[in-house]
Design a protein around this ligand. Sequence first.
Ligand code: DAH
Length: 345
Amino acid sequence: MSDLDTLVRDAKALFESCQTPAELENAKAQFLGKAGHITVLMKGLGALSIEEKKAQGALINKSKVAIEEALNAKRQALADAELNVQLKAEAIDVSLPARAQASGGLHPVSLTLERIEAIFGSMGFDVAQGPEIETDWFNFTALNTPPDHPARSMHDTFYVEGDYVLRTHTSPMQIRYAVEHVRKHKAALDANEAIPEIRVIAPGRTYRVDSDATHSPMFHQCEGLWIGEAVSFKDLKVVFTDFCYSFFETRDLELRFRPSFFPFTEPSAEIDIKFSSGPLSGRWLEVAGSGQVHPKVVSNMGLDPEKYIGFAFGMGPDRLTMLRYGVNDLRLFFDGDLRFLSQFK
Ligand code: DAH
């Protein structure tokens, strides 16, 4: 074996023994570096004749190429090994159980509002929304509750700068909706022609200075209004009873219309409900205020109280939610505690 063959074999063996890229680069220097064996051999060519230079030079060059190939092969092998180590370290365990994506859900009161809208929607009621910061006119005066009226003291009102209040009930929506209805049908009214009945519910947030287990400063109400030329208290009873049957998914209940007073209805009634089975059975529970819309209110709607008549009611969706799900503290709805809320998903 020639010296050059030995040199190539030694280089290959040395490269092969290297464990790291740094070691390999040091080993390379011994053969291909400035003072490496190949470089020294190349320099030695100068002393030879042209023919010998050609022959010897070609042999040295062949060895050099062989050594470079071995070097590159080892470089690649070390890089591959390093990559494998890295891949192993970063490996994903596909057998690991997936992290569950928490699914959201509607708030129990939102579920109730959706039910209310669906049930009244099926009875032909429109659904209206209105402002929570309300004028004194819509919240009180238009509803036959002028300043100094004693009924105003029943509402512990949040006053806002100027002539505004946080609406204490959804009843102002009766006026807002009716006024818009009248505006839309003004031509027919002026011509003394029949106009479509007003049939609407208005759910939303309402505010009063009040806070305990059954009262929250922010709570929900849902107003109902049906005005036409022959809408009577009987219709109120039928509509509200049907609503309760649907809402509670049972006919195992009774309703009681208990005489009461509201400035915007005459006569007025509070609606109580009694279940004949279940944990709440046997007790009368108040769920809504109601009555025949007062002539003054009909007139404030822009309608002739001699011709138009109807009923209104205002119920508490928070209360309905408590009854439906058996919740005993209203504040649970507004604390934002997921342990409570997620039970309604
Ligand atoms: N707005 C009344 C309240 O908050 C409830 C109410 C009573 C609404 C009678 C009505 C009604 O529409 O006719 O106490």
